[in-house]
Design a protein around this ligand. Structure first.
Ligand code: AMP
Length: 378
């Protein structure tokens, strides 16, 4: 992978930097700036090297030029962080001069997600060199992540992309032992690839969340009204058969009558879930067993909550795991999305070695799949 060193002397040149500023907004303002902060090392390094920057990002999934997907709040926020003006270019034909300019939401351009050659060429024509620092978009073959590379003389990965790839590849290649993977969330089919990858290298895999139920169903247990993905049962059975005891399932859980914060939580030591109830969290015994595994780990990877953590009565399991991950001296890597949100909700997000900015991209990388955005920089 080419890195900033490979660009050579870029002083006086204009760089197009693909960043991932797909941040949550509330009332028209940035409500979580983690992804913006994560891009600062690259932005600062390139500015210190005497370059002018055109920042390109997507935000959400606009179908047209809808105002709620404008990057205006992000440009204003970044201007505050950098202490300099960040002009917002409304489209590719109206890019003003300036030290730091941000292009409006690249997904306003219909050619972006199609990796359209004409859009790629127009993007390339705006810059002397290209840097991709958008790890969260590196698994997509879009004009601003892949097509543009052909239309610039020099291109490289930014510091965030470089760190993400090195850290995530490092966990598989040479982890401190034991390597403990915690995999939770809603769907086993989303994560079976990463479970299979960890079956090869991890010492222990801890399963939690709704994706436990296809595993239980494959063992012949009743799952009641639990969220249980039917297509997940066969892959779950296969993973269990291949696991040789590495894969741990919850030994107790917390049930409720509905997916609602008003639902009474019921602790349950039986795995079978009665009709009319659903499993919404791991139980206290499971939390204790899993926390002990995490405490004695050398490396921990975590993706996916242990239950419906957004609902206060069912957050305890995810909180216990978050606290154990925050407390351990092991190298801890969190794979974006809901696990990152859970850590932030519990105020523990600053106690993690590496918080990945890309959920889908981090899973694909760990599965050993090639990321199109990386391939073009190798
Ligand atoms: P994912 O995007 O696959 O990581 O799934 C995260 C979502 O799964 C969160 O919104 C959780 O509320 C939900 N979830 C986790 N466990 C359960 C469960 N036992 N029942 C229902 N939803 C769950």
């Amino acid at each position: 992978m080419r890195t900033l060193e490979d660009l050579g002397d870029v002083s006086g040149l204009r760089g197009l930097v693909r960043v991932d500023f797909n941040v949550p907004l509330a009332d028209g303002e940035v409500s979580d700036d983690a992804r913006i902060q994560a891009a600062l090392p690259t932005i600062n390094e390139l500015r210190d090297a005497g370059t002018r920057l055109l920042l390109v990002s997507h935000l959400g999934r606009p179908k047209a030029r809808e105002a709620q997907f404008s990057l205006r709040p992000v440009a204003d926020y970044l201007a505050g962080l950098l202490g300099t003006e960040v002009a917002l270019a409304p489209d590719l034909d109206a890019v003003p001069d300036g030290d730091v300019v941000m292009l409006e939401n690249i997904r306003y351009e219909p050619g972006e997600t199609k990796n359209d050659p004409e859009l790629s060429a127009r993007l390339g024509a705006l810059a002397d060199f290209y840097v991709n620092d958008a790890f969260g978009a590196a698994h997509r073959a879009h004009a601003s992540t892949v097509g543009v590379v052909e239309h610039v003389e020099r291109s490289a990965a930014g510091r965030l992309l470089q760190r993400e790839v090195q850290t995530l590849s490092g966990i598989l290649a040479d982890p401190g032992r034991p390597l403990v993977a915690i995999v939770g969330g809603a769907k086993v089919t989303d994560k079976i690839g990463v479970i299979d990858a960890f079956l090869k290298v991890a010492d222990t895999i801890l399963i939690g969340g709704a994706m436990s139920y296809p595993f239980f169903a494959s063992q012949g247990h009743e799952v009641g009204g639990s969220l249980c993905e039917a297509e997940g049962v066969e892959p779950a059975a296969r993973a269990l058969a291949a696991a040789g005891g590495k894969l741990r399932l919850p030994v107790d859980h917390v049930l409720g009558a509905a997916f609602s914060a008003d639902t009474e939580p019921i602790d349950c030591d039986e795995i079978d879930v009665p009709e009319g109830l659903m499993g919404l969290d791991i139980g206290p015994k499971t939390a204790e067993l899993y926390a002990a595994e995490i405490a004695s780990a050398g490396t921990v990877f975590w993706n996916g909550p242990m239950g419906a953590f957004e609902l206060a009565p069912f957050a305890a399991g995810t909180r216990a795991i978050a606290e154990a991950v925050a407390a351990t001296d092991a190298v801890t890597v969190v794979g974006g999305g809901d696990s990152a949100a859970a850590l932030a909700q519990f105020g523990l997000d600053d106690q993690i070695t590496h918080m990945s900015t890309g959920g889908g991209a981090s899973l694909q990388l760990l599965e050993g799949k090639t990321l199109p955005g990386l391939e073009v920089l190798s």
